[in-house]
Design a protein around this ligand. Structure first.
Ligand code: ARG
Length: 466
């Protein structure tokens, strides 16, 4: 059933019908559509815009439709123009002519943005919970590995010793900011658009504040033209999801490297890896690779929507119907990636000994040799020069710095005494970095405590969102 047949003499071309239809995408918002309609019709009754008996009859009808869709009695008609037409048509079919009063004082233009906002509110909360689950796994692992020494890298070259805890807590910080961005998106999308009509509201004495309250919005939108034209909330959400995926993708890249024979820092659980159809020895990190790949897809969703919106004049244009496919894909992909990635990290085996051995190579304690000389009075720049020469010598004689004898060390600077060996032991290098933010167990403990608190506080904030 079309909602707009009166003005037309011919039926729409079949291809155009398909081309125009959005129901295969928007059908997933059936619950939001019905909940929105329930609030609207309650308001119409309360304001005497339609008789209260009709309002009640429509409400019952809508509730019946919701439960029948939910238990599979009503199947959504894939040939309908969109979800809104389908629900309204079904209502009238069920309850009769009173159903035709539901659309009084609203348009599909304000209805669709209401439905999307309602859907997105729930979806963003779910993604935030997915991020918090990953953070809980990071928390658990970081508690276990405050003493697991590994090399830290810059330019993909071994730089200074850190711990596995310190390393993964870096990701926890990124995900903290992501949670902040989700809450921020939520705050801005929490404005109720219904009542804006097609673009210029209506002449009925509608009560928008009442509808907002019924639906759990904290305020109403202020300009009807903006209300029906705004898709910032979808773009902002996709941008936040893109950022989450970017963080997951960087983490994935490291897991992929760590799984190589060359690094060999971790082993993925069998449940989270796959094999090769030809090479029997292979155990591949497909989950991490897919997350890295799907990141491109979510960026694509963001680009889709930015591009759809870039040249649109006010107010509603049908181009905007393209928003939901990208938005839903971004939400589904991010959520699935987060969940799968979390399981992979939770079950992955950390090879402490290999990490420790790797940290012992590559002169990761060279900075600490220079710092030793500085603490005994040498200027840092001179100390840097001396240690550079020591490293060059070590490369020539194929030794690490701690393998040089005291006499060898003294030939570079007379300042060296026996205590140098303790000072450049990897554990000392890590534990002496007590600065807030650093790798020592005391600094990492502060980071762990902050993460623990963050998870609790965030869960509380999410439970307060309507
Ligand atoms: N299905 C449309 C969308 O998703 C909403 C309908 C608006 N249609 C219209 N003719 N103004 O954006």
């Amino acid at each position: 059933m079309k909602l707009w047949g009166g003005r037309f003499k011919k039926d729409v071309n079949l291809l155009v019908n398909d081309f125009n239809s959005s129901i295969n995408i928007d059908s997933r918002m059936y619950k939001e559509d019905i909940i929105g309609s329930l609030a609207h019709v309650k308001m119409l009754g309360k304001q005497n815009i339609i008789p209260s008996d009709d309002s009640l009859k429509i409400s019952h009808g809508l509730k019946e439709i919701l439960s029948r869709i939910e238990n599979g009695v009503i199947k959504i008609d894939e040939t309908a123009e969109d979800l809104h037409s389908f629900i309204e048509g079904t209502l009238t079919y069920y309850i009769g002519d009173e159903g035709k009063k539901l659309h009084t004082g609203r348009s599909r233009n304000d209805q669709v943005t209401l439905d999307t906002k309602l859907y997105l509110k729930e979806a963003l909360k779910n993604v935030a919970h997915d991020v918090l689950s990953l953070q809980s796994v990071i928390l658990e692992k970081s508690k276990e590995h405050t003493g697991t020494i590994m090399p830290g890298y810059t330019h993909m070259q071994k730089a200074q010793p850190i711990t596995f805890s310190h390393h993964i807590l870096a990701y926890a910080e990124m995900f903290k900011r992501d949670i902040g961005r989700i809450l921020d998106c939520y705050k801005r999308l929490d404005e109720m658009p219904l009542g804006s009509g097609a673009l210029a509201t209506s002449t009925y004495p509608i009560d928008r504040e009442f509808v907002a309250k019924e639906l759990g919005f904290s305020k109403i939108t202020l300009n009807s033209i903006d209300s029906v034209s705004d898709r910032d909330y979808a773009i902002e959400s996709l941008s936040t999801l893109s950022m989450i995926m970017m963080h997951l993708s960087r983490f994935s890249e490291e897991v992929i490297l760590w799984c190589t024979g060359e690094f060999n820092f971790v082993e993925l659980d069998d449940e989270y890896s796959t094999g090769s159809s030809i090479m029997p020895q292979k155990k591949n990190p497909d989950v991490a690779e897919l997350v890295r790949g799907k990141t491109g897809r979510v960026y694509g969703d963001l680009m889709t929507l930015l591009t759809v919106m870039k040249g649109l004049p006010l107010a509603y244009n049908k181009d905007m119907q393209e928003d939901k496919e990208a938005l839903f894909d971004g939400l589904d992909t991010s959520s699935l990636s987060l969940k799968t990635f979390t399981g992979m990290v939770q079950t992955m085996k950390i090879k402490k000994d290999v990490m420790r051995k790797a940290a012992a190579g590559g002169f990761t304690n060279a900075t600490d040799v220079a710092d030793y000389l500085v603490k005994k009075g040498t200027a840092f720049r001179n100390a840097h020069e001396i240690v550079g020469e020591i490293v060059l010598h070590c490369i020539k004689v194929n030794k690490s710095i701690e393998e040089l004898s005291l006499d060898e060390l003294k030939s570079f600077s007379p300042i060296f005494t026996e205590d140098i060996y303790k000072a450049i032991d990897l554990l000392t290098c890590v534990e002496e970095r007590k600065v807030i933010g650093g790798p020592s167990s005391s600094s990492v403990t502060i980071q762990i405590a902050s993460l623990e608190k963050f998870i609790i506080v965030s869960k509380e904030s999410l439970s307060c969102l309507k």
